[in-house]
Design a protein around this ligand. Structure first.
Ligand SMILES: Nc1nc2c(ncn2[C@@H]2O[C@H](COP(=O)(O)OP(=O)(O)OP(=O)(O)O)[C@@H](O)[C@H]2O)c(=O)[nH]1
Ligand SMILES: Nc1nc2c(ncn2[C@@H]2O[C@H](COP(=O)(O)OP(=O)(O)OP(=O)(O)O)[C@@H](O)[C@H]2O)c(=O)[nH]1
Ligand SMILES: [Mg+2]
Ligand SMILES: [Mg+2]
Lengths: 278, 293
């Protein structure tokens, strides 16, 4: 896209290719390019550089419209529930978040509510050891809501600042598993009124159009309040978040850029859009 | 859905004349949108549309099928052509044990699929031994050990001095020879195709073990990136087959078409759940129906 000066069919084709291969989605890409085409027809756009900056501006507006600070939490603990489909990066993201909160001199407690998958509890315990954070856990196979209940009671008694809850990966098409999340949310609200205060959907940046349906369904059953876009250190661009922003108005809180404890960055919309076209 | 949209496109065409460039143009646009929404890669869609156009031009509108049904039939045929009809089996080595490497991006389902493959092999008269060479992910080796206990199939745990992937895998092969296990399934760490160091690790592993199968495990919900990662793994390692996981969700799975297109390697198995019997052989017509929605 670098050297092109005039606005011609080739330029629009190249822009369409960039948007679609970034997983922005064919409908969203078509709508954006249609608006551009109309402005070009009405001679409202001078050259290729202006077309590109118009698209960037449009995408920026979509993403910035979702930005809002997380809800104010009256008294500790603040409860963060982490959800998402299998393998998206939830447990690793929790390890990174624990480290971040601790660096802000806050006390943190982790809740190992993935009682289903092989060695899920052990995986979270290792993150707990790495970050110097205690993990509340029970036997594999126990009721996730029961572990959650334990963790929140402990957090309340000890006046812990943050509780981060790890949940089992689940496909949004499984109604019994989505109902389990709803039950966890209700349990949290009973022990700590107003909780969970944040429900983070961890989305794998390699996910295609199915990411939008994931966001819809998880929001329905667990009240998602923000997104973490993981694995952005790969070659996938994560463009599906644009459609999610438009339809569900969900802010992107963080991006995951690797497998180490510090590989979590606050979301920067300008940088993100820049990389869509890189 | 696509067939309803195409029916609308062709409703003025019922039973008369040919599929012409004009009416095909609109139909092809609908098909293109459907395939892109199903996560088929931009370039693969372009090629597919081109071959559908070629086939459809000058086709007499048969009275048995409506024009939209006819076009869908052509689209399906071109897609099945790409996907192929490979039989879901693993290539065995001339001398046991056969080595199978399980590779792919982070979180795609390799460890779970290793367990599923072990179960499938054992139900098909083989005696598999699993080993995890994921020395990075917290509790990765533990995960495979727990799986081994669940499905009652052996996992090589590794001696204390075996700390590198090559050492662990070689020791597992020795163990297989000594205990009469005829297949060694090597679960590797998830990695990015752009991580030179980790891709080199896989090349060294391949060199040391001489696997007859290198299975690329890909998530069914992968979008346009499926082409990049599969292509790179294939260029650097030479994959011999693909396992598409999490097909029990509602992702359309267009990545499968893209991966097959760019690597030319067969789709061997489909993962349809988290339990270890949730592995199906690949059915091309089922995958095509799903992609077309
Ligand atoms: N490159 C990269 N890998 C990541 C990132 N986040 C997580 N991973 C890796 O992705 C894989 C899956 O991460 P997990 O944290 O186990 O994912 P999960 O969502 O908890 O998985 P389930 O609990 O099984 O659903 C691991 O290999 C992680 O190291 C990231 O930002 N970048
Ligand atoms: N629903 C469903 N879940 C699956 C399937 N295959 C794997 N999973 C789940 O996906 C998640 C990730 O699976 P793993 O086997 O840990 O993935 P991995 O590729 O080994 O991950 P890394 O080693 O971190 O790269 C787990 O929650 C699995 O239970 C499948 O076919 N269907
Ligand atoms: Mg997890
Ligand atoms: Mg694994």
């Amino acid at each position: 896209l670098q050297g092109r000066k005039e606005i011609d069919a080739d330029l629009l084709d190249e822009l369409e290719y960039a948007l679609i291969t970034a997983d922005v989605g064919v409908r969203t890409a078509t709508e954006i390019l249609e608006t551009i085409r109309q402005r070009v027809d009405r001679k409202l756009v001078a050259d290729a550089a202006e077309v590109k900056s118009l698209i960037r501006q449009h995408l920026l507006e979509v993403l910035q419209a979702t930005e809002r600070p997380p809800a104010e939490v009256g008294e500790p603990p603040e409860v963060v529930l982490v959800v998402g489909v299998n393998g998206s990066g939830k447990t690793t993201t929790i390890g990174k978040l624990a480290s971040r909160y601790r660096a802000g001199n806050r006390s943190v407690l982790l809740c190992a509510a993935d009682t289903f998958r092989a060695a899920a509890i052990e995986q979270l315990e290792i993150w707990g050891q790495r970050t110097g954070v205690e993990v509340i856990r029970q036997q594999p196979g126990s009721d996730p809501s029961a572990v959650l209940f334990d963790a929140l009671q402990a957090a309340k008694a000890r006046r812990i600042d943050y509780v981060i809850v790890d949940t089992a990966g689940r496909l949004h098409t499984k109604s019994n598993l989505m109902a389990e999340l709803e039950k966890m949310r209700r349990t949290a609200g009973r022990v700590i009124p107003g909780s969970p205060h944040e429900v983070l959907l961890v989305l794998d940046a390699t996910t295609g159009q199915n990411g939008l349906e994931q966001a819809r369904k998880f929001t329905e059953s667990s009240g998602v309040t923000g997104i973490v876009l993981a694995k952005l250190d790969g070659t996938a661009k994560g463009g599906i978040v644009v459609a999610i922003a438009r339809e569900l108005n969900l802010p992107i809180r963080y991006i995951g850029v690797g497998e180490k404890v510090d590989d979590l960055l606050p979301f920067d919309a300008e940088k993100f859009i820049e990389s869509l076209f890189a | 859905n696509l067939s309803e949209k195409l029916q609308r496109v062709f409703k003025n065409l019922r039973g008369e004349g040919k599929l012409t460039a004009e009416n095909m143009e609109v139909a092809l646009r609908e098909i293109r949108v459907a395939l892109l929404e199903a996560d088929v890669h931009f370039r693969v869609v372009k090629q597919l549309i081109e071959s559908v156009k070629q086939k459809a031009m000058g086709v007499e509108v048969l009275t048995a099928l409506s024009p939209s049904q006819q076009v869908i039939k052509i689209v399906r045929e071109e897609m099945v052509k790409i996907l192929g009809t490979h039989q879901s089996k693993l290539r065995m080595a001339n001398e046991p044990p056969t080595i199978v490497l399980v590779v792919g991006l982070q979180g795609s389902g390799k460890t779970t699929s290793t367990g599923k493959l072990a179960r499938w092999l054992s139900k098909n008269d083989h005696s598999p031994l699993m080993v995890s060479v994921d020395i990075y992910r917290p509790a990765a080796r533990q995960q495979l050990s727990v799986i081994g206990r669940d499905i009652r199939l052996p996992v090589y745990e590794g001696a204390a001095e075996e700390t590198t992937p090559v050492e662990l895998a070689r020791a597992a092969r020795r163990e297989a020879m000594q205990t009469g296990r005829d297949v060694v399934l090597v679960d590797t760490a998830g990695r990015l195709h752009i991580d030179d160091q980790l891709m080199e690790e896989l090349r060294l592993l391949k060199e040391a073990l001489g696997p007859t199968e290198i299975l690329f495990v890909a998530d069914a919900m992968t979008g346009q990136d499926a082409v990049k990662s599969a292509d790179e793994f294939h260029k650097q390692l030479g994959i011999t087959g693909v396992i598409l996981t999490k097909m029990d969700g509602d992702a359309r799975g267009g990545g499968a078409l893209s991966i097959r297109f760019v690597t030319g390697q067969p789709l061997k198995f489909v993962g349809i759940g988290e339990k270890f019997d949730a592995l199906e052989p690949f059915h091309p017509d089922r995958v095509v129906s799903r992609i077309l929605g």
